[in-house]
Design a protein around this ligand. Structure first.
Ligand SMILES: [Zn+2]
Length: 427
């Protein structure tokens, strides 16, 4: 049995228990126990003074590239990066090679993840091969352990298929995650359509390519009554639609990613392929609305859309480069910047990065209550560090934040009672 772990003097922020104050967390085996309830004789003790102790962070949108593209990332390397970034769990998108559209791939992912430092929740494909032609076998994948379905990477262009996906997934208690993009409108675009794209001479993707599909997804969630989760929302128009849908009680939830509240299309200047992603970085006006929507509850979650690519896919002409950036190791400092500027409360940060992802996916975690599974993260909000390529634990280094000084960091990550990342050091 694992030793007892005691974390003292930290500021414990646990929204579900409505608690925020200095205290002790005791862990015995893989459970959080009440302080003093077990023999502390040879306990491992951490002093978390100056840090926050929060429920383990859950990233509900990552790409782990295994099976099929292990040179970019593996389940092992991706979960090491996750633990270093403060995440005790990640949900991995099905666009691997082959696509996770059947129970055997789902089982492979879960088995491979068993010994990893973070939990891995596979997300199954909406359609076979994510080709948008025929629904995948949700029952079989659910049995094997999927927590949601999506064709992420590709929009489901056929509205009838999306309706059936919602009904089928809904009957199995699974949410559908939408990559909202009107492919006819975004085709051949490689950045946000606006002033910067014109100046750079690059084909743009209008904000409407996203919001048109967000509207369809809301309409389908309303029609079916089934749960729809909108991934990587990037535009002000989408936020407006989501806000109004929630007011009407439509069963829709939404996430955005740190890059959409940190950067704008200005980052593309210089044809920087580490600023190329889909949806693309948007305008300053969009960025401001995204931040507001994080604070007021329109967004339920912050997810990284961690998308590892090697230099082979990134160190090439901008329009040919792959979409996406890594994000697991920068999410905490980038989100903390919003807390420091007063636009997000500490409690909201924990809701966005832990409580709500757990609720949406229906997985354990999101609380430090006695008896809960021992998944927790200790965050030092003031420590500064230079984010360097050498320090990155992901196999890929495609980040626009390399070389920057970031403030705030996960210093201890415990998953299922086991230490997965430790910069705090027991004493
Ligand atoms: Zn996507």
């Amino acid at each position: 049995m694992t030793a007892v772990i005691i974390i003292r003097n930290g500021r414990i922020i646990d929204p579900i228990n409505d608690s925020d104050g200095t205290g002790e967390i005791w862990i015995s085996g893989n459970r959080i126990v009440s302080p003093g309830s077990v023999d502390a004789g040879d306990a491992i003790r951490y002093d978390a003074a100056g840090s926050w102790v929060v429920p383990g962070l859950i990233d509900m949108h990552v790409h782990l590239r295994e099976p099929g593209e292990e040179y970019k990332e593996t389940i092992a390397s991706g979960t090491r990066a996750a633990a270093a970034g403060g995440f005790t769990a990640v949900a991995c998108m099905p666009n691997t090679r082959p696509v996770n559209d059947n129970g055997s791939i789902t089982t492979f992912i879960r088995k491979t993840a068993e010994t990893c430092p973070a939990r891995v929740y596979p997300v199954g494909a909406v359609s076979k091969g994510s080709r948008g032609e025929e629904l995948a076998e949700y029952a079989e994948m659910k049995e094997a352990g999927i927590v949601a379905v999506t064709d992420d990477g590709h929009p489901v262009m056929n509205s009838q298929m999306m309706r059936r996906a919602l009904e089928y997934a809904g009957s199995h208690g699974l949410p559908v995650i939408s990559h909202s993009e009107d492919a006819a409108l975004s085709r051949n675009g490689c950045m946000h359509e606006g002033f910067v794209s014109t100046r750079l001479g690059l084909r743009g993707i209008p904000a409407a390519a996203e919001s048109i599909m967000v509207y369809r997804e809301i309409a389908l969630a309303e029609l079916t009554g089934c749960r729809m989760h909108l991934a990587h929302v990037s535009t002000a128009a989408s936020v407006d639609l989501i806000r109004r849908a929630k007011e009407r009680g439509v069963p829709v939830t939404a996430e955005t990613a740190p890059h959409y509240f940190t950067l704008t299309d200005e980052a593309v200047r210089g044809y920087n392929t580490n600023a190329k992603m889909n949806p693309p970085l948007r305008s300053e006006a969009d960025r401001r609305v995204i931040i507001e929507a994080l604070g007021d509850g329109t967004f339920d979650a912050i997810a990284t859309d961690h998308a590892p690519h090697s230099v082979l896919e990134k160190d090439i002409e901008f329009d040919l480069a792959a979409n996406g950036i890594i994000g697991l190791e920068t999410a905490v400092p980038l989100t903390l910047a919003l807390v420091r500027s007063g636009r997000l409360t500490e409690r909201r940060l924990v809701e966005l990065l832990s409580v709500n992802p757990a609720r949406i996916l229906g997985v354990p975690g999101g609380t430090l209550a006695v008896g809960a599974t021992a998944d927790l993260t200790v965050i030092n909000p003031t420590i500064s560090f230079v984010y360097t390529e050498e320090a990155v634990l992901s196999k890929s280094h495609n980040s626009p934040f390399l070389g920057q000084t970031l403030t705030g960091k996960a210093v201890l990550t415990i998953c299922d009672g086991r230490v997965g990342h430790d910069e705090l050091q027991a004493r």
